[in-house]
Design a protein. Structure first.
Length: 357
């Protein structure tokens, strides 16, 4: 046996990159060698490398040929990782060395970072499924049950509408008036029906999902707030319950969004529109430092999506309930699909997105 050779169970060291002929990453096995979260006696660090496709059988440094496991690798100075081939998949195999080398330690952390980054890259290929006012086909819109159903039906995000009551509470409701004709802005929050949640209650219900908060505050609205105090309140609630990474605030009123941006510039904003030239919408969103545009579905074309994304804007389309249209939008490369039927959108998106498995 050659000196410094080590036998490694290559078959047990899955958890790697998979080519599938396209260089797509396979990161589903996150516990190579059992689990990298558990310390093993005598093992200091594990490292890995990427290999080109090889023959199904493996050859050791001694000239012997082996099947999938075990295989023998030469350890001389640098780590020579084991490698394995299984069902036409080409994996990293992690070689294990007893060393305190800073280089190897850093290599291990770089590997873990690459796994995380590549998994996120794959997930980024898929449009976000946004449940419009919750799963409003399955439950009453803009209610806690609708938000719960959105999660159960596969939504990534929830879209909801907010207005301000007479006592300054931000509540979730689409129209300025209740069904009985009373206006929210003239009622205190304790006078509202039980099915109307506060924004705080809604954000608690949406724990773990992203939330697109649409602020209803057009000058033509009967409850229009010229001081945009609702923006101040929304900013505080976003920071308390979501954080910028799980929030997106949209509105038809750019002044409302500008006010919120002045309160906290870290909260992402989206310009919501249903008329006008696409170029104008993109220009306005960029001029006001927004993160996205939310165009009405009939206005969306492949050229609009390309133009907006070239300017660094996401494109989240509303409201799309037709499966064939969803397929078209996925083909355009939109970033999000806002829909009343999140289960349908989930099926379409998953079917048309490259499968990391």
């Amino acid at each position: 046996m050659v000196r410094n050779e080590r036998k490694l169970e290559a078959g047990s060291l899955r958890g790697a990159f998979e080519t599938h002929g396209l260089g797509i990453v396979d990161l589903l096995d996150r516990q190579p060698g059992g689990s990298y979260r558990k310390k093993q006696p005598g093992i200091r660090v594990s490292t890995a490398c990427i290999f080109s496709p090889i023959d199904r059988r493996l050859e050791s440094v001694s000239g012997e040929r082996h099947g999938k496991s075990p295989c023998v690798v030469k350890q001389s100075g640098r780590l020579s990782p084991a490698f394995a081939h299984n069902r036409n998949r080409f994996y990293f195999a992690q070689g294990v060395v007893e060393t305190g080398s800073l280089r190897v330690i850093l290599g291990c952390w770089v590997l873990r970072f690459l796994r995380w980054a590549c998994l996120n890259l794959i997930m980024a290929l898929a449009p976000t499924v946004i449940a419009h006012r919750g799963a409003r086909e399955a439950a009453k819109e803009n209610t806690l049950p609708a938000f719960r159903m959105a999660r159960e039906l596969g939504a990534d995000w929830v879209e909801l509408d907010v207005r301000r009551t007479a006592d300054g509470v931000v509540v979730v409701h689409h129209d300025a008036h209740l069904e009985d004709g009373r206006m929210l802005a003239q009622l205190n929050s304790d006078e509202l029906p039980e099915f109307v949640p506060s924004l705080a209650e809604a954000l608690e219900e949406c724990h773990g999902m992203g939330v697109n908060i649409e602020i209803k505050n057009l000058p033509s609205d009967p409850d229009y707030d010229a001081d945009h105090l609702v923006s101040d309140a929304v900013a505080g609630l976003v920071l308390a319950y979501l954080g910028p990474e799980r929030a997106l605030v949209s509105s038809f009123n750019i002044d409302t969004l500008d006010r919120l941006h002045g309160v906290d510039p870290t909260i992402p904003l989206a310009y919501l529109y249903d008329i006008g030239e696409p170029a104008s919408a993109v220009a306005r969103a960029c001029a006001h430092e927004m993160s996205a545009i939310h165009p009405y579905d009939p206005l969306v074309t492949a050229s609009l999506v390309e133009r907006a994304q070239d300017e660094g804007l996401q494109v989240n389309v509303w409201t799309v309930n037709d499966a064939q249209r969803m397929e078209t939008l996925v083909g355009y490369g939109v970033d999000g699909i806002c829909t009343d039927v999140p289960d349908v959108a989930r099926t379409i998106v998953d079917r048309q997105t490259p499968d990391p498995d």
